[in-house]
Every structure is written in structure tokens, then in C-alpha cells.
Write a protein that binds this ligand. Structure first.
Ligand SMILES: Nc1ncnc2c1ncn2[C@@H]1O[C@H](COP(=O)(O)OP(=O)(O)O)[C@@H](O)[C@H]1O
Ligand SMILES: O=P(O)(O)OC[C@H]1O[C@](O)(COP(=O)(O)O)[C@@H](O)[C@@H]1O
Ligand SMILES: [Mg+2]
Length: 455
């Protein structure tokens, strides 16, 4: 991340709401450690700049020409972030030129733009989705930067997931190559919670909460009939965080299947054996399956080829339907046992809703931190919560690896002991899981400055 040279006193100083706040400004040297649990004598490790308002800012308010874009899949809280960037720029810094880019990255060169004001976005946090609309694919770095240059935009706020942050990094590099005085700020959006470094993404809590409704329904259906099985499919293309947290929160789930933890159906220690046992013990059971789980098994059984969406993400086969059908066949045709299976697929319902109260506050803080950072002249950063503190994280750090459930970590062990499900893992699998854990590159956590290009 770069820092533009700071030249003007921060106008927040004159704002009656903030001028009385003791230590409102963040000390330039404040940093937040990536790793808080350390051993005696361990090295200092990576630190990130603490986010927040600086004593001096790089941009004069009247000169700011900002734009906002939302990319990738939906997530609860997108509209709150949009609203709070606009309100933060206006109320804290007196900036009134904010442009909305419609339809994701391709909107820079192929779609309309809209002027955004605090008044026009006043109510949008109560709505799901994004008022700017979104898309996958269509990232053309040169065309996007040409457009930024042609419009005289000098602050770009990019809200999106791992793919979006990679796109933002490419835009940042091109802007840097052209030596433009344009701040690029990313706000991480991911319902799957798969963005590295940050504690948790906005909208995640809302999604987990909404998932409870589906799990409750599955449980009620299952326990009301003989040999009832409720199967709930939740989002999670590569990372099973929603399924894991929804399972831990609910306590009604007997088995949780996620992409990170391979499982098998047949034979000793397999899923079918476990279902049979649970039905005998309890008379009913609930299975939560993340959509990316078991993809290898399905592909094998369907002899299907790999397909990708416009952004290059793996297109998934429907694990929920496949699993439900497999369970029905196994018990009805092979075991001659009557079961009553209900399949619930609430995947889009959990991301199309407005954010809950705590996510709304989180979105507000992220948006305000992004505004403070861009106004101060930082660029090439993603704003994010690290160990409970708002920070500015260089793009390369959030894009270098994907956040996944580590099946050899305590959290997954907690889940296994809460559901008492089989781990499906042999000691060889555990060895492999330990081995394949990606190690982050040893790059610094420091941010850079636009003016002089130094850190
Ligand atoms: N490696 C990449 N480089 C540049 N742009 C990318 C890259 N990966 C994805 N994008 C762009 O980012 C946008 C969102 O990506 P996508 O994977 O669909 O969603 P998300 O950002 O939520 O993960 C798309 O417009 C896509 O073209
Ligand atoms: O059908 P769509 O819109 O492509 O979205 C489905 C996917 O979006 C996700 O929510 C993740 O999307 P993002 O990476 O954009 O956050 C996955 O869980 C899901 O597989
Ligand atoms: Mg993604």
C-alpha cells in the first residue's frame, strides 16, 4: 500500500462532532500485529498500519472526485458500505463529488454512472443487494484506468471479494505506472469469509444468522417424522466457514460437510453408516453441506468436466441434490429402510438480505476507515479488521492466499466434538492436511505513498 504525501490540515478538526474527541487522530506510527499470540523471543512479525483519521490529509475536499464500484456476488451490507462511504466523505470531509459505477468492473467502460449524495442513499442500508448492481468477469485493466483518467477520478473505492481485490491490485499497479495521483481503496466483501488476513468479513454474521432459520426448519421437519433426515445446503465455494459457524451456532446439526474436509459415503466410517447409526439412536438427523463439499465425488459419479464462471471461479455441481438422492437410494433401495428426507436450499436467501445490526456497525467502520485512508493519501490497500482493530492492508497480502477452514485447527475439532460426527480422515489425510497448509510469502505489511512511491 502506498501513502500520498499529506499536505493539508484535516478538516475534521473543524467538525464539532469530532473536535472534542480526545485522541481522535491516529498516530502515524500506530501498527497492528498480524499475529497476536507469539512466543517469548519470537520475531516482531508482520504489522499493518492502524486505520483512522490522520492529522493532515493529502486531498483538499473540493478537489476530490471519488467513485464507488461493487463487484462479484452479493453479500449483506453492500448498501451500508456504499452509504457510509458517501456519508463519510460528505459529513467528515465535505466531499460532494461521488460517482457510482454501475454493474461491477465492466461498468467503468460499458455502463452508466450515477451521482451519489447522502440524500440519495439515505435509506439504502435497509435493502439487500447493491444499488450499484454487480457483475462477474469484465475486468479490463487498461480500459478501466483510461476511464478513471478521462473522468478525472482521484479516489476509487472498490467493494468486492478475493477476485475483486486482485482486480483492484491490477488497477492500482496501472495507476502507479501512469503516475496518476489516484487513491485506490478496497473494502473486502465475501459471504464465504474466504479473504485472508482479516478477522471476519462483513455480512458473514448476517448470513450465519439467516442460515439458522433453514437449519431450524430442517430440524423441525426431521424430528416430526419417523427416520426424518433434513439436508441443508449452504454457500461456501472453496471455504466452509458459513456451514461450520451455522452448525456450531445451531446445535441441531448432526453432520457438517465442507470443501476442506474430504468425506466418503460407503463402508466403515463412511457417511451412510453414520446416518444409519444416528437414526437408530435419535430417530432423526440434520446434515449441513457447504456447496463446495464433495465436488470430487460428484464429478466422479457424473463423469463431469470442470467449468468456470466469467470470473474464473469453479462452477459447482449441486451437492445437495446429489447427496439427498444418494441417501434416499441407499436406505430405500439397498437397506430397505423407510426414511423421510427433506432437502432445503436457502443459498441465495442468506446473501440477498440486508445486514443485521452488528454487521451494519461493522460496515460503517470499514467505510469510514477506507475514507480516512484515501483522504490521508494511502493507496493500494484493503481496509480490514485485524485482531479487532481497523487496519490498512496492502493488496498483495489479502490476495496471496485464500482463507480456508483448517481441519487440523481447534475450531474444526470443536465442531467435530459438538456434532460427534466422523472426521472421515485417516492419519495419512491429517499428515497431508498439515503439509499442504499454504505458507504466506514473507512480504511486509507496510503501505506506500502515492507522491513519492516509497513505503
Ligand atoms: N485475478 C484477477 N485479476 C483481475 N481481475 C479479477 C481477477 N479475478 C477476478 N477478477 C475480477 O473481479 C471481479 C469479481 O470477481 P469474482 O471472483 O466474481 O467475485 P469476488 O470478488 O466476490 O471474489 C470480476 O469482475 C472479475 O473479472
Ligand atoms: O451464483 P453466483 O452469483 O455466481 O454466486 C454463487 C457463489 O457466490 C458465492 O457467494 C461467493 O461469491 P463471492 O466470491 O463473489 O463472494 C459462493 O458462495 C457461491 O458459490
Ligand atoms: Mg470470490
Amino acid at each position: 500500500m502506498m501513502l500520498l504525501l499529506q499536505t493539508y490540515p484535516n478538516p475534521i478538526k473543524e467538525n464539532p462532532a469530532y473536535s472534542v474527541v480526545k485522541q481522535f487522530f491516529v498516530n502515524q506510527d500506530d501498527t497492528v500485529p498480524k499475529k497476536v499470540v507469539v512466543q517469548k523471543d519470537s520475531p516482531r512479525g508482520i504489522h499493518f498500519r492502524r486505520a483512522g483519521p490522520r492529522q493532515r490529509v493529502y486531498f483538499e475536499s473540493d478537489d476530490v472526485n471519488a467513485c464507488i464500484v461493487t463487484c462479484g456476488g452479493l453479500c449483506p451490507g453492500l448498501n451500508t458500505v456504499i452509504r457510509e462511504i458517501i456519508c463519510g466523505l460528505s459529513y467528515m470531509y465535505g466531499v460532494d463529488k461521488v460517482l457510482g459505477i454501475e454493474g461491477g468492473y465492466r461498468g467503468f467502460y460499458a455502463r452508466n454512472t450515477i451521482q451519489l449524495t447522502p440524500k440519495s442513499v439515505n435509506d439504502i442500508h435497509k435493502r439487500g443487494g447493491t444499488i450499484l448492481s454487480t457483475s462477474r468477469g469484465g475486468h479490463d485493466t487498461l480500459k478501466i484506468v483510461d476511464n478513471i483518467q478521462d473522468r478525472g477520478i482521484n479516489q476509487v473505492y472498490i467493494i468486492g471479494g478475493d477476485g475483486t481485490q486482485k482486480g483492484a491490485a491490477a488497477i492500482f499497479e496501472e495507476i502507479r505506472r501512469r503516475r496518476l495521483k489516484v487513491a485506490v481503496a478496497g473494502i473486502p466483501k465475501t459471504i464465504d469469509n474466504d479473504i485472508a488476513v482479516i478477522d471476519k468479513s462483513f455480512g458473514f454474521d448476517t448470513a450465519v444468522e439467516e442460515a439458522q432459520r433453514a437449519i431450524n426448519a430442517a430440524h423441525v421437519e426431521a424430528e416430526s417424522v419417523e427416520n426424518g433426515i433434513g439436508v441443508v445446503k449452504l454457500m461456501g465455494r472453496y471455504s466452509g466457514f458459513i456451514a461450520m459457524y451455522a452448525t456450531l451456532a445451531s446445535r441441531d446439526v448432526d453432520c457438517c460437510l465442507i470443501p476442506e474436509s474430504p468425506f466418503y459415503l460407503e463402508g466403515k466410517g463412511g457417511l451412510y453408516e453414520f446416518i444409519e447409526r444416528r437414526l437408530k439412536e435419535n430417530g432423526h438427523m440434520v446434515i449441513v453441506v457447504a456447496e463446495g463439499a464433495g465436488q470430487d465425488l460428484i464429478a466422479e459419479s457424473m463423469k463431469s468436466m470442470d467449468h468456470e464462471d466469467a470470473s474464473g471461479n469453479k462452477l459447482l455441481l449441486d451437492v445437495g441434490l446429489w447427496l439427498s438422492q444418494g441417501i434416499k437410494n441407499y436406505f430405500t433401495s439397498r437397506q430397505k429402510m423407510t426414511i423421510n428426507l427433506k432437502y432445503i436450499d436457502p443459498t441465495y436467501m442468506i446473501r440477498a438480505i440486508p445486514s443485521n445490526a452488528s454487521d451494519n456497525v461493522y460496515c460503517t467502520l470499514l467505510a469510514q476507515s477506507a475514507v480516512h485512508g484515501a483522504m490521508a493519501g494511502f493507496t493500494g490497500f484493503t481496509v480490514g479488521l485485524v485482531n479487532g482493530r481497523q487496519t490498512y492492508i496492502p493488496f498483495e497480502r489479502v490476495t496471496e492466499k485464500r482463507n480456508k477452514v483448517v481441519i487440523t485447527d481447534r475450531m474444526w475439532a470443536r465442531l467435530l466434538s459438538s456434532t460427534n460426527q466422523p472426521s472421515f480422515l485417516s492419519s495419512k489425510d491429517v499428515e497431508e492436511a498439515n503439509k499442504t497448509e499454504e505458507q504466506p510469502k514473507q512480504t511486509s505489511g507496510e503501505v506506500k505513498c502515492l507522491e513519492n512511491g516509497s513505503t
